[in-house]
Design a protein around this ligand. Structure first.
Ligand code: IMP
Ligand code: MG
Length: 176
C-alpha cells in the first residue's frame, strides 16, 4: 500500500492484536461489566475500540466522543474542542476513555474532565500508543499498549491528514 515518504513499518497487525487482547484482559480484570462504559475518541480510536469490544464482556456499553485538537498538521494545536458528545448516560458509571495515541495528553485530559463533569463514578484511560515526548502535563494513561519514541505514526486508526487510518499495521516516521 502506498505511504507518504519516510514512513516505515513499526508494529505489525499480529503484534497489535496480541497486545489489544492483553489490554482487554487487564481492563476486564479491574472492571464491573454492568457499570462499564467504554468511550472511544473519534476518529482515531474506532479500530482499537472495535477490537477491544470483541474481547470484552457483552454487557459492556460503547459510545463515542468526537474531539478535535489536530488540523491537518502533525503537531498539536494545543486546543481541544468537543465536536460531538456521547449519548450514553455515564452518571455513576465507570468510564474507560479510549484513544489511539497519547501525545501531549490534552485530548485525554479534556475528555476525562468532561466525563467527571457528567457525573461518572470513575474515569480511566486506555491508549494503544503513548509517545515519549516529555509530556508537559504529566497525564498518564491507566492502560498503555506500547510506549513509543517521538515521531509520527499512521495506521490502525491513526491518520495523516485524514488518510491511512484503515491500514492494519502501524507505520512510523522520524521526528522532523
Ligand atoms: P494529544 O492531545 O496531544 O495527546 O493528542 C492526541 C491526539 O492527537 C490523538 O487523538 C491523535 O488523534 C493525534 N495524534 C497525536 N500523535 C499522533 C500521531 O503520531 N499520528 C496520528 N495522530 C496523532
Ligand atoms: Mg485522534
Amino acid at each position: 500500500m502506498p505511504l507518504p515518504d519516510g514512513f516505515f513499518l513499526y508494529l505489525g497487525s499480529e503484534r497489535i492484536a496480541g497486545r489489544v487482547r492483553e489490554m482487554a484482559r487487564l481492563i476486564a480484570r479491574d472492571s464491573d461489566p454492568e457499570r462499564l462504559v467504554v468511550v472511544g475518541i473519534l476518529q482515531g480510536a474506532a479500530l482499537f475500540c472495535a477490537d477491544l469490544a470483541r474481547e470484552l464482556d457483552g454487557r459492556v456499553r460503547y459510545d463515542f466522543l468526537r474531539l478535535a485538537s489536530y488540523g491537518d498538521e502533525t503537531t498539536s494545536s494545543g486546543r481541544v474542542r468537543l465536536v460531538h458528545d456521547r449519548q450514553t448516560d455515564v452518571e455513576n458509571q465507570d468510564v474507560v476513555l479510549v484513544d489511539d495515541i497519547h501525545d501531549t495528553g490534552l485530548t485525554l485530559r479534556f475528555a476525562a474532565g468532561h466525563m467527571a463533569a457528567l457525573g461518572a463514578r470513575s474515569v480511566r484511560t486506555a491508549v494503544l500508543l503513548a509517545k515519549g515526548n516529555g509530556r508537559p502535563d504529566h497525564f498518564r494513561a491507566h492502560w498503555i499498549g506500547f510506549e513509543v519514541p517521538r515521531g509520527f505514526y499512521v495506521g490502525y486508526g491513526l491518520d495523516f491528514a485524514g488518510r491511512y487510518r484503515g491500514m492494519p499495521d502501524i507505520y512510523r516516521r522520524e521526528p522532523q
